[in-house]
Design a binder for this molecule. Structure first.
Ligand code: DGY
Length: 324
């Protein structure tokens, strides 16, 4: 019997696939920095038994019409808003994601953005690169303190908890909002639960860690930014779709809030023509939340382990279930 064929939609290190070749065969898109074009993807998928996908593939009903024979879609991300999980489940396709392995790395990046934005690190570095460091001045590049301030975490899942632990280390007061209360974090970190409105209006740093769903789309809108303190700093490392970017732009430009640190955008990739780029109080990153070499390797391995389990007739390790 021939080995199941897995189509890998991005170029990944061959040595990570090797250990799985005893039971699986792979075909991989070969261009390093560009996603597979849709027509090629549809053609390849028609011949495959499973795919290892990433957030750049839009796995919607049209895709699934070409791919209803697949056994598995192993998505190399914890977020799966690029996949119509309900439609996949109707075709009996198992969808898996990569939770846990990226938690600490993504929390590191959230905190990096928080620190960089509060202390104006990008602007400060630019002063030297532009040779514009004049004399020392009392308020030159003065930013905001982090210690003793209040962090408001919207979405207290695994990454929210990891951000909370870092905040505790910085002597911050922790407020959070989540669908369900997280008693563990209340006991361990002294975190206080509040409504969305309470948290965003009391926090000095509002950190978005919620998944993109129909309910959270544009959650951070004009009303939300107006409810924040004028000294508030907004951080987003979840999905760009949870933010109304025009409302954020207006809030940053008019001083409704102080600054923002963003790793994610509504329509990625963005470039220098994006309006937020011109704002000195916005620190912008190209979706690198989980991008450490070690974590990216773990994410790939978890995808491959999920695929192996499924073709060995076992339960996947991290399945995404369709909402009932
Ligand atoms: C995720 O895991 O959802 C990230 O955004 C992609 O690395």
């Amino acid at each position: 019997m021939s080995k199941p064929l897995i189509y890998v939609t991005r170029k990944l290190p061959e040595e990570l696939l090797k250990p799985y070749e005893e039971h699986l065969q792979f075909k991989m898109w070969q261009e390093a920095d560009t996603p597979v074009p849709q027509d090629v993807l549809y053609k390849e998928v028609s011949k495959a038994d499973g795919i290892l996908s990433t957030i750049t593939e839009n796995i919607d009903i049209t895709f699934l019409d070409h791919a209803s024979h697949l056994k598995v879609i192993a998505n190399m991300a914890v977020g799966y808003d690029n996949i119509d999980v309900a439609a996949a489940s109707e075709h009996n396709i198992i969808v898996t994601n990569t939770p846990d392995v990226l938690t600490e790395t993504t929390a590191d990046l959230a905190f990096t953005l928080l620190l960089a934005t509060a202390r104006r690190i990008v602007e400060a570095s630019q002063v030297i690169k532009d040779s514009s460091w004049g004399d020392w001045a009392p308020f030159m590049l003065a930013g905001s303190d982090i210690h003793n301030k209040t962090i408001g975490i919207i979405g207290m899942g695994r990454i929210g908890e990891a951000v909370g632990r870092r905040a505790k280390g910085f002597g911050m007061d922790i407020l959070y909002h989540n669908r369900n209360r997280n008693e563990k974090i209340e006991t361990e970190l002294g975190a206080r639960y509040g409504t969305f409105e309470d948290v965003i209006s009391e926090a000095d740093f509002v950190v978005s860690l919620i998944p993109l769903t129909d309910e959270t789309k544009d959650l951070f809108d004009e009303q939300a930014f107006s409810a924040m303190k004028s000294s508030a700093i907004f951080i987003n490392v979840s999905r760009g779709g949870v933010v109304d970017e025009q409302a954020l732009y207006d809030a940053l430009q008019r001083g409704v809030i102080q600054a923002a640190g963003l790793d994610v955008f509504k329509n990625e990739p963005i470039d220098a023509t994006h309006p937020l780029v011109d704002l000195p109080n916005a620190v912008l990153l190209p979706h690198i939340g989980s991008a450490s070499v070690q974590t990216r390797e773990k994410m790939i391995k978890l995808c491959l382990d999920n695929i192996s389990q499924i073709f060995a007739g076992k339960d996947p390790l991290t399945e995404v279930k369709a909402k009932k």
